[in-house]
Unconditional design. Structure first.
Length: 215
């Protein structure tokens, strides 16, 4: 499989975590969202994914899957060990609700395309940074009340909720979001990031990472 990937993309980060947790071999293909107006909008990448978004997962037979929620569900259905969803339907719904809060109520509002519109409309960087933090804090308060005290979002092992949460926490810290009000989330972050799969998937470990640059 080939993962079309950008080191700092939180959606690609989700997929990397799941691939690493399930022990699947994959090739990373770097697509820089910041260089030359976005390599994701170049003809070469649009031939892979006409939507022009990251990530895309090309399967061994050449078929391409897009949108991280769909990719993650595919991985869970086709590679069931270790499971990233609980057994009971009600518990699965709770995990998916946490995923949806991050995937629907935080990420889209803080997506690079939205931030470009805000800047193009004349908003300064202080406004943009405050906008980012607003949606993270508002929704982290909800998630803090939903997660348990057993070390992960739901139970004694990571689920899809953790797969979504850790990249969002990375973004929260990147944009200087105060985290003192979210002790459970911080504990989950600590526990997840101590696991090899999460460590290997982290942005800093990606071949295209630019740790001290802006790209």
């Amino acid at each position: 499989m080939k993962l079309f990937n950008y080191w700092r993309s939180s959606t690609a980060y989700r997929v990397r975590i799941a691939l690493e947790m399930k022990g699947l071999n994959y090739e990373r293909v770097a697509v820089n969202l910041a260089r030359n107006g976005g390599e994701n909008l170049a003809a070469q990448y649009l031939a892979v994914n006409p939507h022009g978004r990251i990530p895309s997962l090309m399967l061994d037979d050449g078929r391409v899957l897009i949108q991280s929620p769909a990719i993650l569900e595919y991985l869970e259905e086709c590679h069931q060990q270790p499971p990233l969803l609980p057994v009971a339907p009600e518990d699965r719904a709770t995990v998916r609700a946490i995923c949806a809060i991050i995937g629907c109520d935080i990420h889209p509002l803080n997506n690079v395309s939205i931030l470009r519109v805000l800047r193009a409309a004349g908003h300064d960087e202080d406004f943009v940074q405050a906008w980012i933090r607003r949606w993270i804090e508002e929704n982290f308060r909800v998630i803090e009340g939903m997660v348990g005290d057993r070390g992960f979002c739901f139970g004694d092992a990571p689920t899809l909720a953790d797969v979504y949460l850790i990249p969002q926490v990375y973004n929260a810290r990147r944009f200087d979001t105060p985290m003192e009000a979210f002790p459970k989330i911080c504990k989950i972050e600590q526990n997840c990031c101590s696991l090899p799969a999460f460590a290997k998937a982290s942005p800093e470990q990606q071949p295209d990472a630019v740790i001290h640059g802006a790209n």
